[in-house]
Design a binder for this molecule. Structure first.
Ligand code: ATP
Length: 302
């Protein structure tokens, strides 16, 4: 069986001539929060709708929990909770009654309602009509509606959109506790890098329908290449020596800016620069945003 809770192969969807999702191979490990990052229009919602079988794929396959979505749709979706494009609810009813309707419709035990309301921290407001809830509370009710079926996998499409900082913090804490305390895998989409960075262990970056990066957040951080900013007695000569030795070097405001690599490490650079005597040296590390910019050509907020 696959070690991934979601695995797609060549998943593709076109709208007319436009390829919205272009042969993506998702690998979502079980028991973690996977952040699916992309700008508006990059293809996140289209991908999620295919994962939930809300629209069909033009090409490729989806396996969830080791089963083919095409062949075992109902069995799979029974174990998947989702919140896509905002929650839907009866505003004139309480959160409790909204959940009760879902239990009736889906033949689920009503005894779980209190616990689920407690998890999303709506228990004190369970009897209040939902139309009087804040946006963040409505969003948490949406998550409660997904949780009531006790899913192994929770798919959340931009769950913090439109929330105030307190609401964002609530959802963030909720995602962390659902994953770490309840063992639920969370597939979370967002267009904000820092949002994904604050909760996710794994990340997939989608741009123009293509998955341009997929790995652990740690691995993305490893891409931060350290650079050295050096001044010597003879910058022009030092620059030539470094260039001809194959270093990635530029002259910036009269200083040598050198990228460290495995081959061109600090001691090798010192060796090359020995004849020019180093006067000043500074180490620079790229920020997470810098790496992102290198990958996507855009800054942290897409
Ligand atoms: P957003 O955060 O804005 O929802 P997204 O990453 O979720 O962005 P999608 O909604 O998946 O992006 O859209 C991807 C592309 O597919 C866009 O260019 C969009 O215009 C197009 N698209 C999505 N749904 C349809 C549709 N039903 N008909 C035509 N084009 C569509």
């Amino acid at each position: 069986m696959s070690e991934y809770i979601i695995e797609t192969n060549g998943l593709t969807r076109r709208f007319g001539k436009h390829v919205s999702v272009d042969h993506i191979d998702l690998r979502v490990p079980e028991g973690k929060i996977y952040g699916f990052l992309g700008a508006n229009g990059a293809g996140k919602t289209t991908t999620i709708r295919m994962l939930l079988s809300l629209i069909r794929a033009d090409e490729g396959s989806v396996q969830i929990m080791g089963k083919s979505l095409q062949h075992e749709r109902e069995k799979i979706l029974r174990n998947v909770g989702s919140l896509v494009e905002g929650p839907s609810y009866y505003g004139h009813l309480s959160a409790y009654k909204n959940l009760k309707i879902i239990c009736k419709l889906m033949d689920l035990p009503e005894k779980d309602i209190d616990q689920v309301l407690d998890i999303v921290r709506l228990a004190p407001y369970a009897k209040k009509t939902v139309k009087d809830y804040s946006l963040g509370m409505k969003q948490r009710l949406g998550i409660a509606q997904a949780l009531i079926r006790r899913p192994k996998l929770l798919i959340l499409d931009e769950p913090i959109n439109g929330l105030d900082p307190a609401g964002i913090q609530e959802i963030r804490n909720l995602m962390l506790s659902l994953c770490h305390e309840q063992g639920i895998t969370i597939f979370l989409s967002s267009h904000i890098l820092s949002e994904i960075q604050s909760v996710a262990e794994e990340i997939g970056i989608i741009q123009n329908g293509k998955l341009i990066f997929q790995n652990s957040i740690k691995e993305l951080e490893n891409k931060r290449r350290t650079k050295l900013l050096i001044e010597t007695e003879n910058q022009q000569e030092a620059f030539r020596a470094l260039s001809s030795a194959g270093a990635d070097v530029v002259l910036q405001d009269g200083k040598l800016l050198i990228s460290l690599t495995e081959k061109m490490d600090q001691s090798r650079i010192f060796n090359i620069l020995q004849p020019f005597s180093i006067q000043h040296m500074q180490e620079l590390t790229a920020s997470f945003e810098d790496i992102f910019l290198t990958l996507t050509g855009r800054d942290g907020s897409l």
